[in-house]
Design a protein around this ligand. Structure first.
Ligand code: GLN
Length: 218
């Protein structure tokens, strides 16, 4: 089904039939839901851990990692997210979501989910400027439009990544988009642009995982 012009040319993924949850505790929830729907999948805000049972993928949005982290503990999300993540649920952490997924953060921090083998520095670009935009080369999503226009807001950076992590984009000496198995890790805000390529890449991961689960998985 042709969609508006060049935006969707990256992938042939058919998002129909897939449900992607967005952790709806704090932060950029509605923007991600809109992107998921534009990719043709169903987006649902997840406010309680039981909501995780019905999703094929999960996005942990940007916002304030300390606030989201506190609410994750308070609402009992930490163990269910860890469990689903370890059993292969595709999870996309953006900005604060990336911080929470990481195994380690430079300096003092609250509890982390610790699923991703990366070390993150918070507000890594923040001393120079709070928010900025930059055109990045992003491996794995290129189409006729080679560069990806990325929006950074008090953004973290992955200053070290483990051997199982594939870096897809870098900026200023650190990784700003990376994949580790079923995890997608982004320092910027793909939900604040009209470019669907990063969400489509994630939907592709979700579709493959869902197919695997339906065909040979438990
Ligand atoms: N700097 C924020 C934090 O540490 C993250 C910013 C964002 O998600 N846009 O939580």
């Amino acid at each position: 089904m042709p969609r508006s012009g060049r935006r969707t040319s990256y992938s042939t993924v058919d998002g129909n039939g897939l449900t992607v949850g967005v952790l709806a505790l704090q932060g950029a929830v509605d923007e991600h839901l809109r992107m998921i729907e534009e990719c043709g999948a169903r987006g649902v805000g997840i406010k309680r851990p039981a909501g995780l049972d019905d999703v094929d993928g999960l996005i942990i949005p940007g916002g304030e990692s300390t606030a989201i982290g506190k609410l994750i503990s308070e609402y009992g999300f930490a163990d269910p997210i860890r469990r689903r993540g370890m059993s292969g649920l595709p999870i996309f952490g953006t900005c604060a979501g990336l911080i929470l997924l990481s195994r380690d953060v430079v300096g003092a921090h609250g509890p982390l989910l610790g699923l991703a083998d990366v070390t993150v520095e918070r507000n890594a670009f923040g001393r120079q400027v709070d928010s900025f935009e930059d055109d990045l080369e992003v491996e794995g999503i290129e189409d006729e439009e080679r560069l990806y226009h990325a929006v950074f807001i008090r953004a973290p950076v992955m200053e070290a990544v483990g051997a199982g992590v594939t870096v897809m984009a870098s900026l200023g000496g650190g990784a700003v988009l990376a994949r580790e198995g079923n995890l997608l890790l982004g320092a910027f805000h793909p939900e604040l642009t009209s470019d669907l390529r990063v969400h489509r890449f994630f939907l592709d991961m979700v579709a493959k995982a869902a197919r695997g689960a339906r065909h040979g998985g438990r």
